[in-house]
Design a binder for this molecule. Structure first.
Ligand code: GLU
Length: 284
């Protein structure tokens, strides 16, 4: 079988134990590489020091080994590369494409309430722009007072800078897509506490690791619209994407760490073999 230089990756966050949905995602990515005689990489997305734990990272290695998945070493751990993410956010800030945002969640909700605008999204609300046009003086004086701030994408300026309405990307299941980063609005690129964000780190790492095919769950489909814009802003290549369906439990609801879905460790302790799980996932 010839290789077309396909490189895929599985990029879990060590914020809990993996469940069958993660197993499916990891196997999906591994198989996509194998089909092309390509490479499969594992990346540990551990930027969120408030939630990530070493014991969960160890458990990821244990679970993947149990599933019979091998990966290349050294594994890229995002926490080893925080400076690279800061360099990128600073570049965006200096280019006027990102701005400091001092708002708390409460400020944002109050503003949305006051505007009487029903948020179009549940969960992550679109930012109403409170800090978008603060003067440079006000930004400086609030920073000098030690007020904490996040960095947000200035979506309007970013679209102007890139001709963003015409950016395209390709999903192997859903076909050609025109980027719609407005779905996420002025997204946070650097959180107040961890000074970076999933969105920023993931596009940088996918580029640095030369990932040619990003496979991940459909829950991240909307995020890809923003990632495409970030690639244009940071001069990074755009990989191909394949967003796969999410594994659900018998009641049809999505598996999740926070819902205490059975973990791979639970399944193993109950005596289930990796092959039994894999057979179930294939049938699913
Ligand atoms: N770290 C993300 C997660 O565990 C996955 C990111 C991705 O595949 O792009 O949900």
């Amino acid at each position: 079988m010839s290789s077309d230089n396909t490189i895929t990756r599985f990029a879990p966050s060590p914020t809990g134990l993996l469940h069958a949905g993660h197993a499916y995602s990891a196997l999906f990515s591994k198989q996509a590489a194998q089909q092309k005689n390509g490479r499969f990489l594992l990346r540990i997305e551990d930027i969120d020091f408030t939630r990530c734990r070493t014991e969960y990272e160890e458990a990821i290695y244990e679970d993947l080994s149990w599933l019979g998945i091998e990966w290349e070493t050294p594994v890229r751990r995002q926490s080893d590369h925080l400076d690279e993410y800061t360099t990128a956010t600073e570049k965006l800030r200096q280019g006027g494409l990102a701005y400091p945002c001092f708002c708390t969640r409460k400020d944002i909700l109050a503003e949305i309430d006051q505007a009487g605008a029903a948020p179009h999204r549940t969960g992550d609300l679109l930012y109403p722009g409170i800090c978008r046009d603060l003067s440079a003086d006000e930004q400086q004086s609030r920073m000098a007072k030690g007020e904490e701030f996040a960095l947000r994408l200035n979506l309007g300026k970013s679209l102007e800078a890139t001709g963003g309405e015409n950016l395209v990307w390709h999903d192997r299941q859903k076909g050609p897509q025109t980027a719609r980063p407005e779905l996420l609005g002025d997204a946070v690129l650097a959180r107040k506490d961890i000074r970076t964000s999933y969105h920023l780190a993931v596009v940088i790492d996918d580029a640095l690791q030369q990932i040619s095919l990003v496979t991940r769950g459909l829950d991240l489909f909307e995020a890809t619209h923003l990632h495409r814009l970030l690639q244009a802003l940071l001069d990074l290549p755009t990989p191909e994407y394949e967003h796969h369906a999410l594994i659900k439990d018998e009641k049809g609801s999505r598996l999740a760490k926070r819902k205490k879905s059975p973990t791979l460790r639970d399944l193993r302790n109950e005596g289930q073999s990796a092959q039994e799980l894999i057979n179930k996932l294939i049938d699913w």
